[in-house]
Design a protein around this ligand. Structure first.
Ligand SMILES: NC(=O)c1ccc[n+]([C@@H]2O[C@H](COP(=O)([O-])OP(=O)(O)OC[C@H]3O[C@@H](n4cnc5c(N)ncnc54)[C@H](OP(=O)(O)O)[C@@H]3O)[C@@H](O)[C@H]2O)c1
Length: 258
């Protein structure tokens, strides 16, 4: 049975992606930073999909002083090795959203934390996973990126920067890892119906990113389907981007409905 590892997957999009893979009979490894939420989410998923192995790991590898806990990543993969699980697909979903970080107000450490969480830690995870994929001559890495890699939104400089950097890293990795049959691709969501969207519906419904040519924003399953395409079908595709944003990004400006 194949195994996927999804970061930041105790709630929202990551959990939706985990459900998709479990429903397709893949073993699922989820990570999160919270010592209570991780086992609870893993148990919920395991109960729903009793035929696959579900494992939850607490991974909190960007320390408060913005150094990276490399050992935590090594230990996670060593434990999976001991359990005989080879991560054939790595989904980099966890992100510091860097909300309301303002250029003249936030300390540099806030910017660095976003970059380390969204870029540096992902690089380390890929390096560690790709060592195993290289041995197997098989593997797939999928970034959950964002259409903000191309179109900026206010007070999110670090976040937009990190999403742009993810795409450059994706292409460089696709180039270097292709010879080992490791594919590296990115899904670019626009707005997603997360618990934040549900709880701030009145704010969200007026946000420009809500106005798409298709007239709707993404559900978790839409993002999960795109990840599944890269993981399970896209045999000859690497370094590619798949926007799942209702067409939001193709507009010069959103057409606000009357
Ligand atoms: N929501 C949207 O509208 C939207 C739009 C475009 C792109 N995206 C992208 O889609 C992915 C998932 O989005 P989402 O809204 O579903 O995510 P989310 O629930 O806000 O975050 C996903 C997980 O990332 C982890 N995380 C959050 N802040 C972190 C931090 N400072 N350091 C380390 N981990 C942190 C959290 O896991 P723990 O707390 O369990 O550690 C969280 O559950 C992200 O990569 C996001 O950039 C989302």
């Amino acid at each position: 049975m194949k195994t996927v590892l999804i970061t930041g997957a105790t709630v929202n999009t990551g959990y939706g992606i985990a459900k998709k893979f479990a429903s397709k009979n893949w073993n699922v490894v989820i990570t999160g930073r919270d010592i209570d939420r991780v086992p609870a989410a893993a148990e919920r998923l395991q109960n729903e999909y009793p035929d696959v192995t579900v494992l939850g790991y607490v991974l909190n590898a960007v320390r408060p002083d913005n150094t990276i806990d490399e050992e935590a990543v090594t230990n996670l993969f060593s434990d999976l090795d001991r359990k005989g699980l080879f991560v054939e697909c790595l989904v980099l979903n966890a992100a510091n959203l860097g909300i309301r970080q303002r250029i003249f107000e936030n300390p540099l450490s806030d910017f660095i934390n976003v970059l380390h969480t969204n870029v540096t830690l992902n690089y380390l995870l890929i390096e560690t996973a790709a060592r195993r994929m290289k041995e197997e001559k098989n593997g797939s890495v999928v970034f959950i990126n964002s259409n903000t890699a191309y179109r900026a939104i206010p007070d999110r400089i670090a976040y937009c920067t990190s999403k742009g950097a993810q795409l450059s890293m994706m292409r460089a990795l696709a180039l270097d890892l292709g010879k080992y049959n490791i594919r590296v691709n990115a899904v670019l969501p626009g707005m997603i119906k997360t618990d934040r969207w549900e709880s701030n519906y009145n704010d969200c419904k007026n946000a420009p990113s809500n106005f798409t040519p298709l007239g709707d924003i993404a559900e978790f399953a839409d993002i999960a389907d795109a990840v599944w395409y890269f993981a399970a079908h896209a045999r000859n595709t690497t370094g590619a981007e798949l926007a799942v944003d209702g067409g939001n990004m193709i507009q010069l400006y959103p057409i606000i409905p009357e």
